[in-house]
Design a protein around this ligand. Sequence first.
Ligand code: AKG
Ligand code: FE2
Length: 284
Amino acid sequence: MSRSTSSPSTTQNPAGATPELHQWIDQQRSLGVQDGALFTSMVAAGWDEGVACQALDPAPAASTPTAALPEPDLGGEPGSIDVGDRAVRVLMSMNAPRVVLFGEILSADECEALIEAAKPRLARSLTVETASGGEEINADRTSDGMFFQRGELPLVQQLEERIARLLNWPVENGEGLQVLRYGPGAEYKPHHDYFDPHEPGTASIVRRGGQRVGTLIIYLNEPAQGGATTFPEAGLQVVPQRGHAVFFSYAQPDPATRTLHGGAPVIRGQKWIATKWLRQGRFD
Ligand SMILES: O=C(O)CCC(=O)C(=O)O
Ligand SMILES: [Fe+2]
């Protein structure tokens, strides 16, 4: 049994599911625990297998992490997607891990404007600390960064609307756009972007908006050397190109999604990116 799968209570009415049992199922699902693991825990705690099955099915849509994922519509005009105010090019798509490479999501001028708007607010990047639910400076992540509020500038809002159309995912489910700058030697060691369901701080993090289910990394410039985004388990390296973006999604907070990725060290020059993380639900 996984550490986050606390035991479901069997204090009332072991012959039928109780409100407490449904509450426990909802809470565990919101942490990303899969139904198979929940079933095992319920039976181990003494619930009848039939009752356990019934309690898990039908799954309430609002709390099912795998119900839907951000995903571009690749069925239209070959090679490009209309996002309202421009056509984004589709350059590469793979299934496992789910990764799509886009071109021209931002113009060169828009990339420059985003960099200039972010510059005055850069500080050493923090990472969300799932052990506590707080934030910490992390030796694995040596970039400087800042967050824009959603819709903070007209350009930020325009980009958020583009992303929503590109990935068929509501603007409201997106975290604020993050801009990162890596200087020579700076990197982001391989990691997953979802919050680890086994960590105690994850419950409080996912209370706002649910799990992360997708990431879009937009390249705002081109480092002179180094700085690729790497997916070590897929043997994939994405070389930063101004205005391009790499998207990946993860249906569960689980390494089986093969979405381990990192930012390789910049060797010469600087690397600027904007990252949009997408949540299951509204991130208000
Ligand atoms: O720098 C990169 O290419 C990767 C960035 C990243 O993984 C993130 O922001 O979560
Ligand atoms: Fe990441």
